[in-house]
Design a protein around this ligand. Sequence first.
Ligand code: NAP
Length: 211
Amino acid sequence: MKTIGLIGAGHIGSQLARLAVANDYNVVISNSRGPETLAALVAELGPKARAATPVEAAEAGDIVVVTVPLKNYRSVPVEPLRGKIVIDTNNYYPQRDGNIPELDNESTTTAELLQAHLPTSKVVKAFNHIYASELTTHGQPSGSANRRALVIAGDDTEAKASVTRLIDQFGFDVVDAGPLREGWRIQRDTPGYGPRRTAEELRKDLAAAKR
Ligand SMILES: NC(=O)c1ccc[n+]([C@@H]2O[C@H](COP(=O)([O-])OP(=O)(O)OC[C@H]3O[C@@H](n4cnc5c(N)ncnc54)[C@H](OP(=O)(O)O)[C@@H]3O)[C@@H](O)[C@H]2O)c1
């Protein structure tokens, strides 16, 4: 795993790019307006970073992060992500994303929507419940007392193991919520969504979540 592709380079995408470069990954970042609009971020990130189109970022990444407003998930390129690990940071805000009936009636979850759009990719939900700014300020080395933890969910065990290693490198413990369909336990308005939590606290939050 040497290259992380990013589809979306806003609050979360830019912060994950900073963490990736700091941990010696190459990053290929992309947005909706085109690589030239990412020149300042690429300059800040240095020689391990380049800007590209979403298709190129998807092709280049060993792991690819989708971090766009949920309403745009259908524009994520499907073919170049075939068989790849795809991290989904997305949350549902109807005032931003418009109403999505299958989320309103709770028959599915945000990451399951992306998984259905990317049927052969291995989608892992991660980084959706931490404020972007805290990604680069709350990380601590493995084994630190009271280390902050982040939740993952996913249907592919190996993909989850890879994402767990990545999150640990980035400075956080990991709590596995189970398959993608359990991802609602860490969606907007659940106890674990937002605050700084250790792994033990997050496990309690997941158990206490109500739909
Ligand atoms: N902000 C947070 O603290 C936070 C925390 C956890 C999770 N999240 C979730 O993570 C996702 C991203 O949040 P954010 O705050 O980073 O959003 P943001 O700051 O608005 O950035 C969104 C990024 O996605 C890009 N984008 C939009 N549509 C695209 C498309 N069709 N193809 C490629 N790129 C596209 C945008 O590019 P352009 O600027 O060129 O349009 C921008 O770079 C959201 O679902 C959000 O709910 C956010």
